[in-house]
Design a binder for this molecule. Structure first.
Ligand code: PLP
Length: 492
């Protein structure tokens, strides 16, 4: 059943004069508004803000919050997104007044504690990457890609090399070519081999002295570890190009192997994926990059450096790399997300990080093994932290698509997996359970999927039945949201 109050917009709930708090009359003389803001800078009428009692506002938003799915309410196996549970302890620690109330313009010597945390973030992320020089500034993974490509650009310019091309496999996340294009490179897409991995011959055929960077996700978006990554690195390095590792899938390998050790020269992290942090609804994110030491001079500033003061005590200072590409984010990046990631990493420690990766891989393989009969898994011998099933056969046999199954899962109390990505698998369903889910949850998810395959196709194709909105036109809904609440927008 729909909850009537929560389907109304807050503006529709408004009643003139209603207030959360009514203040006593001011006992200081009134000031003429014209003395404060000249009339030409003022709107001609007051803004149409909703007028409500506090209780109405709270109910409205709490009810709205239950209309969507979140990691706190549902299993959320959204492939490539690492929707792991976010421990509440991180929220508490990141909300300590000494952290949240710090003003970013405070003097360096009065924010030594914060700078120490940020310095340690740089150290830990550099260690897990095997790439020692870190910038915490980028605000998300895609922003990290863009930043690293600007660093590569500056590096080659400095060496007097005119390299114009960025290569990526056809299994790449869309942000890879988008970042390369934004950074001014020509984008070259390579076909993957039949095994879903980089095709070395295809790579060799495209790498030349105009190649700046090859961007690759490892494990890749099919959930497969690129076993030839060392050879890939050699091909690029022999041509004088750089190997970029998209670190969105670090949850599979953190603590087990390091991008720097298998030949990567630069990478980004998605702190909001791999190291918890709230994630979804578009932000906030954090996408630090780690690079080889010879690229450190080009990183955006400031970075945090550690020295010793006159008493021999550690002192943390903000420094700007000598050939920096400049700032790409205000202050020190999205510190609140970095703090949560820092709590996560310090809580788990080196052994715990490794165990998290191992369990993420174990959970994914368990799910894959249980679903292999019901679905085709084209590259399904052994997966890393996620796998890509295909609903192609089910479309043929039952007329039900990956999208229909995804929508029907919502009725069963599960967030849908990522569908139709990566593009190299038709009717793709990309499933990533993460390490934070129990066997019971994974089993319930498998049961739900198998039940859906046995249901009447008509029921599945018209799903979801239980959500406030059934099947909006996704492109239209994003570009032209309907900001009124007509009855026909709902299925009851
Ligand atoms: C999520 C993701 C990105 C982009 O990261 P954002 O933090 O969302 O900007 C890039 N590549 C892959 C493989 C991803 O899964």
């Amino acid at each position: 059943m729909r909850n009537e109050s929560a389907t109304q917009l807050i503006t529709e709930l408004s009643a003139p004069g209603r207030r959360a708090a009514i203040f006593p009359k001011a006992d200081i003389p009134a000031t003429q508004l014209d003395d404060l803001i000249p009339s030409q800078h003022r709107a001609s009428s007051p803004p149409a803000l909703p007028e409500l009692a506090e209780g109405d506002v709270v109910r409205h938003f709490v009810n709205l919050s239950t209309k969507n799915m979140s990691v706190d309410t549902h299993f959320y196996p959204l492939g490539s997104c690492t929707m792991k549970y976010n421990p509440k302890r991180h929220e508490r620690l990141a909300s300590l007044p000494g952290l949240v109330d710090l003003h970013p313009y405070k003097q360096e010597d009065s924010i030594q504690g914060m700078l120490q945390i940020l310095f340690e973030c740089q150290q830990i992320l550099g260690e897990i990457a095997g790439l020692p020089s870190v910038s915490l500034q980028p605000a998300a993974g895609a922003h990290g890609e863009f930043t690293a490509l600007l660093v590569a650009s500056a590096y080659f310019r400095d060496r007097g090399e005119n390299r114009t091309k960025v290569l990526f496999p056809n299994s790449a996340h869309g942000t890879n070519p988008a970042s390369a294009a934004l950074a001014g490179f020509d984008c070259i897409q390579l076909n993957s081999g039949v095994d879903g991995l980089v095709d070395l011959e295809e790579l060799k055929a495209h790498v030349d002295d105009k190649t700046a960077v090859f961007m690759i996700t490892n494990p890749n978006t099919l959930g497969l570890f690129e076993t030839d990554i060392g050879k890939v690195a050699d091909i690029l390095h022999e041509a004088g190009a750089l190997l970029y590792i998209d670190g969105a899938n670090m949850n599979a390998i953190m603590g087990r192997t390091r991008p720097g050790d298998f030949g990567g020269d630069m990478m980004h992290y998605n702190v909001h994926k791999t190291f918890t942090g709230p994630h979804g609804a578009g932000g906030p994110g954090s996408g630090p990059i780690a690079v080889r030491d010879y690229l450190a001079d080009y990183l955006p500033g400031p970075v945090v450096s550690k020295t010793t003061d006159e008493n021999g005590e550690p002192y943390y200072s903000l420094t700007t790399p000598p050939k920096t590409i400049g700032r790409i984010r205000s202050f020190f990046g999205n510190v609140s997300i970095l703090l949560r990631g820092y709590c996560y990493l310090r809580t788990l420690g080196a052994e715990g990080v490794k165990a998290a990766a191992d369990n993420a891989v174990l959970n994914a393989n368990y799910l894959m093994a249980r679903l292999k009969n019901a679905f085709d898994v084209p590259h399904g011998k052994l997966c890393m932290h996620e796998f890509v099933a295909s609903a192609s056969r089910i479309v043929k046999e039952r007329g039900i698509s990956a999208m229909d199954i995804a929508k029907r899962l919502l009725d069963k109390g599960f967030h849908a997996p990522t569908v139709y990505f990566p593009l190299v698998v038709s009717e793709a369903m990309m499933i990533e359970p993460t390490e934070t889910e129990s066997k019971e949850t994974l089993d319930a998810f498998v049961d739900a999927l198998i039940t859906i395959l046995e249901e009447e196709p008509e029921t599945v194709k018209a799903a979801p039945w239980t959500t406030p909105v059934s099947r909006p036109d996704e492109v239209q809904a994003a570009r032209k949201p309907i900001l009124t609440a007509p009855e026909e927008q709902t299925t009851s």
